[in-house]
Design a protein around this ligand. Sequence first.
Ligand code: A3P
Length: 296
Amino acid sequence: KSSTDLPDRPEIFEFEGISMVEHFTKNWENVKNFQARPDDILIATYPKAGTTWVSNILDLLYFGKEDPKRQTTKPIYKRVPFLESCFPEMQSGTELANNLPTSPRLIKTHLPVQLVPQSFWEKNSRVAYVARNAKDNAVSYFHFNRMNKAQPEPGDWNTFLEEFMKGKMVFGSWFDHVCGWWEKKKTYPNLHYMLYEDMAKDIKGEVESLCTFLKLSRSDEEKEKIINGIQFDAMKQNKMTNYSTVLVMDFTISPFMRKGKVGDWKNHFTVAQNEQFNEDYKQKMKNSTLKFPTEH
Ligand code: A3P
């Protein structure tokens, strides 16, 4: 299949107050009415915050030992359905989730907290949320929109950054997303809030605290295996986690597993952009207690 056969890039529109594209709204009735289970684990993130990383950690923690073959035969997006997704010629996220044979079900979402199907809260399902510092998140999102034809055209970096600050991104404002979920934590104890930067600094410690949250005990040997499998290079080589099987993504523009670094924003932001961003950031985050280790 050549890129000329691919559908046009989608338009952004407002949906329930959030910028969206039709791939994530077309199946809305089923998303809204989705029936969660008490043992479901929802992996929630703003796009490009480390979703695939945490998805793979959880998949390995739960199924790595009993079914090691799934790591080499089943792409991560089939092991961990993307709840609101509804792409042409593919099973929707709700269908995939409803047909998952395993328990617990690992389910991915990028929805802002207020749009998450009610059933997850009613069933008290566990949620692992990952946030990534705004600047690296923006850079990663920019490259993702360049290479992924199912996303809107990002324009040049400066245009994209302005839109990012305005929240005109698919799944809305980064600020509202990370702060909204951070607030939720206060009233919903079954939410484990993680930072990409902590994972990059101390993945072992982060896996340990995930195990504590999930009440899992795993042997040192198993944990060691998991740590090896979730290294950036290992996941970049692994066809089942690197998204190389997805046709709408053009890896000649940028790979899905791009750099996996903290601080890559320094290679993208000009001094002026950085100053303007910092100013805007201070305003938008002034009412939140959420702090990232890499802010300056
Ligand atoms: P970069 O574009 O900065 O490289 P998501 O899975 O939410 O789409 O996020 C993708 C981002 O997470 C990409 O960031 C990707 O490289 C990074 N990532 C994925 N797996 C990783 C890993 N094992 N270690 C570090 N970063 C990882």
